[in-house]
Ligand binder design. Structure first.
Ligand SMILES: Nc1ncnc2c1ncn2[C@@H]1O[C@H](COP(=O)(O)OP(=O)(O)OP(=O)(O)O)[C@@H](O)[C@H]1O
Length: 265
């Protein structure tokens, strides 16, 4: 494969067993190869940014990792277990969580109820939001902690639909945190977020990574945000992994600059 990885310190995952291993991952649909022989490892606690021009295969890669697209070649290994054929829910139970490009909260439920549902699912309890719940149960506590983590505790009893777009994206992160994933896939968390909200959301994501110790893979078009957060940057182009290296090396890589054809990196 055409992955360019220079043997520089910081360009490779830290020592220790990788939490995520992707080997020869391929997806062909109707004769089109949308993800083509992609291989990389991610170390526990690492932050890997996934970038690339429109249509490069970034979301498809996430869909393959989370089980939403069929793998036609290669393997995905999570914490030493081959999950290539596992269902999305089985992957989630094993500790792989994700958010989506489009906001996906229940607008008619309160902010807390949105997070409670995820906490209840994780704790194995009822997922019926209309059932009377005790305010002191475990799911309530998990929801409170998750909302505090993203700075939404004060909005807990308001309707999710009334939140700003940026706060909805924070709520999605809280929902994700409530399931306690080891590896989180964030698909364009800044999409549609106002300029004023970008800094706050960036801080929350940095906190999830550093304070919570989560391993993060994040697709994002806001390069300034990504380059400040990422340990390494993976560059997708035409379904292939064109480069995987430190932010400074990737941005000065002529092949990467060529892939963007003059777009600002
Ligand atoms: N289910 C599918 N069936 C057929 N083609 C698909 C499917 N999903 C994605 N594709 C195609 O695969 C290619 C990669 O799409 P993908 O959405 O992964 O790119 P991307 O890098 O995430 O783009 P963007 O930055 O615009 O979100 C595109 O040409 C897309 O049309």
């Amino acid at each position: 494969m055409s992955t360019r990885t220079d043997a520089a310190p910081g360009a490779r995952p830290a020592a220790g067993a990788p939490v995520l291993q992707v080997a020869g991952l391929t997806c062909a649909i109707g004769g089109a190869v949308i993800v083509d022989d992609v291989s990389f490892d991610v170390a526990p606690g690492e932050f890997v940014a996934v970038i690339g021009p429109n249509g490069a295969g970034k979301t498809s890669l996430f869909n393959l990792l989370s089980g939403l697209l069929p793998v036609t070649g290669g393997t995905v290994t999570l914490d030493g277990t081959d999950i290539t054929g596992a269902s999305p829910s089985a992957r989630a139970r094993r500790g792989l969580g994700r958010t989506f490009q489009a906001s996906s909260v229940f607008a008619g439920l309160t902010v807390r109820e949105n997070v409670r549902l995820a906490a209840q699912a994780k704790l194995g309890g009822s997922m019926r939001p209309w059932q009377r719940v005790r305010p002191d149960d475990a799911a309530h506590d998990v929801a409170t902690r998750s909302l505090e983590r993203v700075g939404l505790a004060r909005r807990a009893e308001g309707l999710a639909g009334a939140l700003s777009h940026g706060d909805k994206r924070k709520l999605e992160l809280a929902i994700l945190l409530a399931t306690d994933p080891a590896v989180v896939l964030l698909d364009e968390p800044m999409a549609g977020v106002s300029i004023e909200d970008v800094a706050g959301l960036t801080e929350v994501i940095a906190d999830v990574h550093r304070e919570e110790g989560k391993t993060v893979l994040m697709v994002e078009h806001h390069m300034d945000v990504l380059l400040g957060l990422a340990d390494r940057v993976a560059v997708m182009h035409h379904g292939r992994l064109l480069a995987l290296d430190t932010p400074s090396r990737v941005t000065s890589d002529p092949a990467v600059q060529q892939a963007y054809l003059g777009e600002e990196l």
